[in-house]
Design a protein around this ligand. Sequence first.
Ligand SMILES: [Zn+2]
Length: 355
Amino acid sequence: MTSSLDSSLLLFSPDDEVLEQVKVDIGFQNLSQDWDSYMDPVEHPLKEHQLSELEPAPAEAKEEPTPPAQKQVSVQPVANSVPVLDGWPGVHQFQVTVRRRPEQAGRQLPYVYSADGAKLYTDMMVAVPFSFTYSGVADPSALRIRALPIYRESHHIQTPVRRCAIHREPQDPSNDTGHMMHVVRADHHHASYHVEQERCSVTVPLEAPEPGTDHYQVLFKFACMNTCVGGINRRRLMLVLTLEERASGRTLGRQAVEVKVCRCPHRDWRADEKRKGSEQAQPKASKRPRREPSPPPPSNGQQQLYVVADDPAMYRYLVEARESLLRYRRSVLAEQAPPAPLSRQDTAPVKPEYR
Ligand SMILES: [Zn+2]
């Protein structure tokens, strides 16, 4: 977010002139405010209404039917920086998680959240409850939460996350409430949808936790699958959640959650857990296997077997047992036939083999 009004930073350059004219028409130049906060519908509901008649919205925003409760806000100047994924609780200890709702305990939900990997597996257009915790905020209404989808890999991170052509169709059930270009939707009466440098994001005002709870909950939905061709196209998807000052857009905290939008969230979660488990077990499996002594080839028609002793006491015990058995065998043979000399191998002591 920037307060710069440099028209070179604005998107949709063909509309720059019109936009500048809009600013003149509404007297924006006379205000000591940045364009972003001026466009905030919660802060300036009347101005937003004025703008809806004047604003040269981009073609994609015009296509979307605007539901009564959720207005489309777009065309904002943004600094061209690489999105940041690093978690940062900031001064307000901003944290996010996905909780299982108590009434759904025991039922298989259409989403799974892996807390240790901060990864959500969800079906498309399922309302997933994100829980936000924060502290030390005197006036929550001065802050808001922004949800911005980005690609995780650095070679895709600069590419805006767009919907696929199929789900973008106006007839698609996911577009009943408008916002056809937005992969991430918020089930919130005061959600605002933004398009900045072709990046779609949604903001919701920060609110105090409901009495008896320690967190503020917002429902987010995802309107494309990770596998959508021409859309996410199997790239790793992250949802960056930032705590912002509404007036200035200044970031006060940030957390990121990886999201996999898929038909079988539980199956994919189990597959990932299994793979993680086998990867953790891999170093053990790759350790040198215990060497089992193989029986040596038979000599003089007699098979020789070996026993491994792992300490000197066991070795001495085994040698004694062996000598005792040999003595027994000699006595039996002496009774059955004339004495025959034992082979040298029979009398050789067991070779010590310590481990
Ligand atoms: Zn799609």
